[in-house]
Design a protein around this ligand. Sequence first.
Ligand code: HEM
Length: 122
Amino acid sequence: MGYFIPQNTQVFVNARSIGRDPEAWHKPLSFKPQRFLGSDIDDKGQNFELIPFGSGRRMCIGMPFAHKVVPFVLASLLHCFDWELGSNLTPETIDMNERVGLTLRKLVPLKAIPRKRIVRDR
Ligand code: HEM
């Protein structure tokens, strides 16, 4: 690609910017999980526009575990609690600005208040 990278250079892949590239994604800043319905793109390291777990020999070894645990924990939290936003916020007024760093964090932390939902046994 025409770049000269000196020996022993430490290279960081900017997965955040790749995931927000308008050349790779339609309306990249919109939360649209349905964009993956019927899509061939997955996160297993072969589609370089989506590399949350990295790619190649050093990609995340915890990916299969994360694939099982993250949906399970999320589904449990949604199933067992009703969630409210504090500070008179609505989904439209949440501050989505980000803080710069090695990992991506919200500039203003999200305060979500869980209210226990009665879950009946079958
Ligand atoms: C949503 C959850 C997770 C994400 C997004 C994630 C993401 C990543 C990324 C981006 C890398 C660097 C890959 C590279 O250098 O190309 C990595 C490496 C690694 N991850 Fe994860 N990870 C997750 C969960 C886990 C879990 C649950 C474990 C262990 C149980 C784990 C263990 C590791 C290890 C050991 C490495 C280093 C692999 C190596 O350098 O050979 N990760 N992960």
